[in-house]
Design a protein around this ligand. Structure first.
Ligand SMILES: Cc1cc2nc3c(=O)[nH]c(=O)nc-3n(C[C@H](O)[C@H](O)[C@H](O)COP(=O)(O)O)c2cc1C
Length: 188
């Protein structure tokens, strides 16, 4: 798989094979990809937590908002839920540009996982209380949560689309539209 194929494969997945754990070594390798990512002034302020225990996963899951455009679906059912989560924490103080660093780190994690067949979904819609109960981090707050697992759904990239909203068809296939390159490049 070349890099273009990897970026096209690295879609957001929201239904997983919950019973198939993602090995701890693989989760750590994915965080390793974030550790070497570029970050503001190389300050390396981000911290990471791995959540895999069933009780913790249930707690964290309860606060997540899934797929806002699919209004008749309220998230994955038992058996399809994430097998693991990675939480990205930022310092409560010294927050300048940490959101940008977290986004870059999350992208590295997602791509590293996709290269190994792990599906993921970056999540902003989570309850901080639920995350803090499962992954407490003194002096830090959670800024992003990444749901992880082996994919339990088919996701199709719709290139050169005019749409923004993703949709799910009658067979349950998730479609992700992306605008054409020519629309997005303003110069050059
Ligand atoms: C910063 C960020 C926050 C996101 N938050 C959520 C979320 O809370 N819930 C969700 O279901 N998807 C979330 N997503 C996934 C986006 O909906 C997804 O990236 C988008 O639909 C495009 O699909 P793709 O990732 O397959 O390209 C988030 C993605 C990013 C980058």
């Amino acid at each position: 798989m070349n890099f273009t194929e990897l970026t096209e494969k690295a879609r957001s997945y929201r239904r997983f094979k919950e019973e198939k754990p993602v090995p701890s070594s693989l989760l750590r390798m994915m965080i390793g990809a974030a550790v070497v990512a570029p970050c503001t002034s190389n300050l390396q302020r981000l911290r990471f937590s791995i959540v895999t225990g069933e009780h913790d996963r249930n707690t964290l899951f309860s606060g997540i908002g899934w797929a806002g455009y699919i209004t008749d679906w309220f998230g994955p059912v038992p058996g399809e839920r994430p097998a693991a989560y990675i939480v990205i924490h930022v310092p409560e103080k010294d927050e300048l540009f940490t959101g940008i660093d977290a986004g870059i780190a999350a992208s590295h994690i997602v791509l590293a996982g996709a290269a190994q067949g792990v599906g993921s979904c970056i999540l902003l819609n989570f309850e901080a209380d639920a995350v803090n109960r499962t992954a407490p981090a003194e002096g830090y707050k959670p800024v992003l949560v990444i749901a992880l697992g082996y994919p339990g759904e088919t996701v199709v990239l719709e290139k050169d689309s005019k749409k923004i909203r993703y949709w799910r068809d009658e067979k349950g296939v998730h479609h992700v539209p992306k605008l054409p390159l020519e629309t997005l490049i303003l110069k050059g």
